[in-house]
Design a protein around this ligand. Structure first.
Ligand SMILES: Nc1nc2c(ncn2[C@@H]2O[C@H](COP(=O)(O)OP(=O)(O)O)[C@@H](O)[C@H]2O)c(=O)[nH]1
Ligand SMILES: [Mg+2]
Length: 353
């Protein structure tokens, strides 16, 4: 059996890569399972995997490292009930130091399982940070972001389809200087062939190759996580005139525009409309999106926002957007659940240095 861990910042494309990989492997008759992870509980991506029919488990309320025993139990439960050949475990995008706190413990406690770690980075965002010198993130968030890349032995530069040849060339040069010792893979996770190459690389990594644990200052790492606001919200939208879906989409646009107008760096702003359509924005994503919608008297919307600001500020911004949309579209929006917080200080259960 194999466990492929995925790390890397919010919105870098981990879930997309797992979904594509499971499709590719499914065509080959390989049974896969997935473990999702987040500081929150009501997650867009967990719902999507369920909808795909992928056997899945969740580690919620904190990262894998701080909930190692829960991760272990979820792996055991997947193995016992589903017998997958491969488990993909996606770590929450604000987490780093995974080699010391997850990969090495897994190799110690499950020596019979082949375990790998791939760290994902959004190529366009990385180009903005390393080549353009964009100052998107506050210092401790930047520290966390680059610590994730530093510990990668397998670094996936994702979303290469969004880079033009000039940008790709510049990025390759910088990466060669900074991460020349890592295996750097340029990928489009929406593309089957590209995903196939990643899966081949995962099979080639020698099992005895154990990456080095990071040297890391937990106070700065913890401060970086605490600079990010987490907000999860479930909403029900109603419109007697059939405008519920349209209202939901306008609300999504409204929230995105408010966040960008305030210049809050977006980690990941994700929406799930009616339990099936994922609409997501990251620091690098295009400002517009299109989605086919039908008239409906009611709609549901699940929101997972991870944004560099205070949770209270984010909550206020979203409440304002909701109020404005209700007035503008003459719809009614009922909030079914809300959870707004910043991640707690990381205290890993194990750390193998
Ligand atoms: N163009 C492009 N978009 C991608 C790629 N991988 C992911 N995305 C998009 O990036 C956003 C974040 O992806 P997701 O997999 O949810 O990121 P995660 O937070 O790391 O799991 C989504 O809108 C995806 O559709 C890629 O290779 N190319
Ligand atoms: Mg994800």
């Amino acid at each position: 059996m194999k466990i492929h861990l995925l790390g890397g910042f919010l919105g870098s494309g981990k879930t997309t890569a797992i979904q594509s990989a499971i499709r590719v492997l499914g065509d080959q008759g390989v049974k896969c399972g997935v473990i999702t992870n987040d500081q929150g509980i009501r997650l867009v991506d967990a719902d999507l995997f369920k909808q795909m029919g992928v056997p899945g488990r969740q580690v919620t309320n904190g990262c894998f490292c701080c909930n190692y025993q829960d991760l272990e139990s979820q792996i055991q439960s997947l193995i016992e009930t589903e017998q997958p050949e491969i488990i993909f475990a996606e770590s929450v995008g604000s987490c780093t130091d995974i080699v010391a706190t997850v990969l090495k413990p897994l190799r110690r406690f499950r020596p019979d399982v082949r375990t790998t770690l791939s760290v994902f980075a959004d190529g366009l965002l990385l180009h903005m940070l390393l080549v353009d010198g964009a100052e998107l993130f506050e210092d401790p968030v930047r520290y966390l972001y680059f610590k994730q890349l530093e510990e990668a032995r397998m670094l996936i530069i994702n979303k290469v389809d969004l880079l033009n040849p000039g940008q790709l060339g510049d990025l390759k040069k910088v990466l060669e200087e900074k991460y020349g010792n890592s295996l750097v893979q340029f990928q489009n996770s929406q593309d089957k062939d590209s995903i196939g190459r990643w899966l081949q690389q995962l099979d080639k990594i020698p099992s005895l190759l154990i990456p080095e644990s990071l040297e890391i200052d937990y106070d700065i790492y913890g401060a970086g996580e605490a600079k990010l606001a987490w907000l999860d919200q479930e909403m029900e939208i109603e419109s007697e005139s059939g405008g519920a879906n349209l209202g939901a989409v306008d609300l999504i646009r409204g929230i995105f525009h408010k966040v960008t107008a305030c210049k809050y760096a977006i980690g990941h702003l994700k929406f799930l409309l009616n339990g099936k359509n994922k609409i997501s924005f990251t620091a690098s994503s295009p400002r517009s999106f299109s989605i086919k919608i039908h008239p409906a008297v009611s709609a549901t919307l699940l929101l997972n926002a991870r944004v560099q600001t205070e949770p209270e500020t984010l909550l206020q911004l979203i409440s304002e957007s909701v109020r404005e949309e209700e007035e503008r579209s003459k719809i009614s929006i009922r909030i079914r659940s809300t959870s707004a917080f910043r991640p707690g200080y990381p205290i890993p259960a194990h750390r193998i240095g």
